[in-house]
Design a protein. Structure first.
Length: 402
């Protein structure tokens, strides 16, 4: 890919259980400080039983921070998104005449408000203005209005690969000449529906999740929002700015194996990683670190591990890898975006983040994640996001050289 055609990342914003902005997320990663706690804000029977990656800020506090009236119909997912999107675009003039799009991902959408007010809707008009917020696309339209983006606005909901697919679509539209700039990412808040759903599938752990561990027994859910600004490299240069990194490759595949499980050999994950490398024009050996999907469920980690073995050939050839979900919880639609931010941070600061709670390798794989934070020479980082329905996506980020 020639330099003018490269997809530059010129801005990032993030909020998660380990930080309210990009820098505080990075401090927590560097200190191996997780954000997994007992449920405190959500009204659920699981409040004293399950652990989550919860953001300790109320909706009223979020509304105040992003400058919207507390009685307006903004759901928690949208408020989190506004905070992250405003950070991502803070240093960028979105009214400079460039064709700018917003591609936002979510699975929860306005579900948290529906859960809270559904019975109330039938009895009083007090909260009926939240009824339109339920569909996934409503919050995206609100974000677009706040940012002043009108050229292209759309929503993606492909389970846990949603934000990765939003990032990929933004890059493809820029390369196709349809946009000059894209604000891309995703958001999901915690909801009773998602907690109940994953718990009913018996893949929710009763403690802290243990990615890639032989004794892993499930995930912790989390809430987060993260957005990146993608621009043509020539546009970044014209504004005399230096990119944070480049999005050099991406891939999406579906192994069409099962509604909620990955195939044992990780066919979809393998094909997504293979395509990302092909788009970037890189050999597997160029990858220095993998931010793995690593949900700590028996099926996912085995399948992803098999896919990595297929891509890299042997356990010894697999580069340093870790799952950061033990920090944030599995943030569903936001996962691909929050972990894209973490991947760019890894490139910027030349460091690999720890895979927490690991004690014993998966016997069938024999691969060992990076268990401590460490410095490393990194030029390319691969980030995986896999979702229900077989939706598998991989993003390849490259260092912005001086």
């Amino acid at each position: 890919m020639s330099v003018p055609d490269r997809i530059a990342i010129s801005g990032m914003g993030a909020i998660s259980a380990i930080g309210e902005d990009v820098s505080s997320n990075h401090r927590s990663l560097r200190a191996s400080h997780h954000g997994i706690v007992p449920i405190r804000q959500l009204d659920t029977p699981h409040r004293d039983k399950l652990l989550v990656g919860e953001i300790a800020i109320s909706n009223d506090q979020l509304a105040e921070r992003v400058g919207v009236a507390g009685d307006d119909a903004y759901t928690r997912s949208t408020l989190l998104a506004l905070l992250a999107a405003k950070e991502a675009t803070a240093a960028i003039d979105l009214s400079d005449g460039s064709r700018t799009g917003l591609i936002s991902a979510t699975t929860v959408g306005g579900m948290d408000a529906t859960e809270r007010y559904y019975e109330d809707y039938l009895a009083t008009e007090t909260h009926r203005h939240f009824i339109p917020t339920h569909p996934c696309g409503y919050g995206t339209e609100q974000i677009a209005r706040h940012l002043g983006i009108t050229d292209y606005v759309t929503t993606i909901s492909t389970a846990c690969s949603s934000a990765a697919n939003a990032i990929m679509l933004g890059a493809r539209m820029i390369k196709a000449g349809l946009l000059d700039r894209a604000v891309v990412g995703g958001t999901d808040c915690l909801s009773r529906f998602t907690i109940n759903g994953f718990n009913s599938l018996m893949i929710y752990t009763d403690g802290h999740c243990r990615p890639f561990d032989e004794h892993r027994n499930g995930l912790n859910l989390g809430e987060a929002a993260a957005y990146l600004v993608l621009e043509r490299a020539a546009l970044v240069a014209r504004h005399s700015k230096a990119p944070l990194a480049y999005l050099s490759g991406y891939g999406h595949a579906n192994d069409a194996f099962h509604q909620t499980a990955s195939s044992d050999n990780g066919e979809g994950a393998y094909l997504a990683m293979k395509q990302a490398l092909e788009v970037a024009g890189l050999d597997a050996g160029a990858v220095g670190y993998i931010n793995a999907h690593g949900t700590a469920t028996p099926n996912n980690d085995l399948a992803e591990g098999q896919a990595m073995l297929r891509i890299f050939g042997t356990a010894e050839a697999i580069p340093m890898f870790s799952s950061t979900k033990a920090f944030t919880g599995h943030t569903l639609a936001a996962a691909g975006a929050i972990e894209a931010v973490f991947s760019v941070l890894a490139l910027q600061h030349q460091e690999v983040f720890a895979n927490l709670n690991f004690s014993e390798p998966i016997a069938a794989l024999g691969i060992v994640p990076q268990t401590t934070q460490r410095h490393a020479t990194l030029n390319h980082v691969l980030s995986n996001s896999f979702g229900f329905g077989g939706n598998c996506s991989s993003l390849l980020f490259s260092k912005a050289h001086d």
